[in-house]
Design a protein around this ligand. Structure first.
Ligand code: B12
Length: 314
């Protein structure tokens, strides 16, 4: 939500439900799961939404009536939803398909952010992240914008276009943005838990931060250990806190221990009830009882299924 929304432009959850035909329970659940529609809280704790959310939510309501799944449409923009429903996108003035339009506009966005890195414009970069997050929702932000951006930074560094200080500057901006977002999504959660960690010697934490954002869209409460955690501590924290899920992110960067040995040791010392997921290009293939997941759409779908089969808390 735009911080500059004036009070008279905000409406209550009841009014939003009335105007869109979506129940208040569903609106709250979507906010928790998908981060959208994002409410602003009054000091009393009541939710307020910008009036401008109404057309998009009406389009979502129509898409659901037509048989689309919530996970596919809730984060969509108004233009995408219109495209999906066979209506001409409002801003489409040339014959390119909506998918082509979207990917070329994402590329332009990434190049704008790269310019922000060249010029060390952190305000502009963070503002750009916020705007895009609010526009497309957390999952699409990660999959369509943040992953290509990080890859582009890596390529820029490799080709010599970006200096090491450019890369560090970009990493710090991404780190602080993603940290604030997953913590916000994760607040006031109770129930089942997810332990997020990296192996000893890991110096890359952006994969873990992105997976924390996606994991925060589920009902699971995150325990975040971050970079370079000794194996014994990952194991003892898991055994003490009994999370339902342990998620690891293993980058291509050099490690002090072999990732395969680490994963096998962790697996052998955790209770079988703890499911282990590992992502990142450094994750070895085909290890017994270790689920390797490479992309965040798959991770999100996997979490939806995983959550459904958990025993319901009393
Ligand atoms: C940002 C970055 C850095 C930052 C990291 C800061 C930070 N806090 O993370 C800094 C500047 C510190 C850095 C340092 C170094 N880096 Co670096 N870095 C990168 C860069 C650009 C992104 C890395 C990253 O975050 N990857 C993580 C994610 C985004 O990528 P991924 O592993 O492919 O994972 C994908 C999925 O699997 C999924 N995923 C990831 N985790 C998880 C977890 C779960 C649960 C799930 C479901 C999914 C998932 O997300 C990704 C999306 O597609 C990469 C280039 C690149 N394209 O990856 C180089 C890269 C990883 N770095 C590299 C190198 C060489 C280094 C240095 C050694 C450089 C140096 N000479 O000092 C040092 C490392 C020092 C050390 N001791 O390890 C190399 C590694 C090559 C190799 N095989 O060894 C790379 C590949 C660059 C290159 N092309 O050469 N780096």
């Amino acid at each position: 939500m735009n911080a500059e929304n004036k009070m008279e432009d905000l409406i209550s959850i009841g009014e939003l439900a009335r105007l869109t035909g979506i129940t208040t329970h569903t609106l709250r659940m979507w906010e928790k799961r998908y981060g959208t529609p994002l409410s602003q809280r009054l000091p009393s704790g009541h939710r307020r939404y910008p009036k401008e959310d109404v057309p998009r939510l009406r389009a979502i309501s129509k898409a659901l009536e037509s048989g689309y799944r919530a996970s596919k449409v809730v984060s969509g923009t108004l233009e995408e939803l219109h495209g999906l429903m066979g209506l001409k996108p409002l801003i489409d003035s040339n014959p390119t398909s909506p998918q082509e339009l979207e990917s070329s506009s994402n590329e332009m966005l990434v190049e704008r952010w790269i310019k922000g890195i060249h010029e060390y414009e952190d305000d502009c970069l963070l503002q750009g992240f916020h705007e895009q997050w609010n526009k497309v929702g957390p999952l699409k932000f990660i999959v369509d914008c943040m992953v290509p951006f990080i890859e582009r930074v890596g390529n820029g560094w490799e080709s010599g276009e970006l200096s090491i200080s450019n890369e560090h500057f970009a990493t710090e901006c991404v780190d602080s943005f993603l940290t604030s977002k997953w913590r916000q999504l994760n607040s006031r959660k109770e129930g089942w838990s997810i332990l997020m960690a990296t192996l000893p010697g890991e110096t890359h934490n952006l994969g873990l931060l992105m997976s924390s954002v996606v994991a925060s869209l589920s009902g699971g409460k995150i325990i975040y250990l971050g970079l370079n955690t000794p194996l014994e501590d990952i194991i003892s924290t898991a055994n003490k806190n009994e999370p339902e899920l342990l998620c690891l992110s293993i980058s291509l960067g050099e490690k002090i221990l072999d990732p395969e040995d680490c994963l096998l040791k962790i697996r052998s010392e955790l209770k079988k009830e703890v499911t282990i997921i590992s992502g990142g290009k450094g994750t070895p293939d085909n290890l017994p009882k270790i689920n390797k997941i490479e992309d965040f759409n798959t991770f999100n779908q996997w979490l939806e299924k995983f959550e459904k089969q958990l025993p319901v808390a009393n």
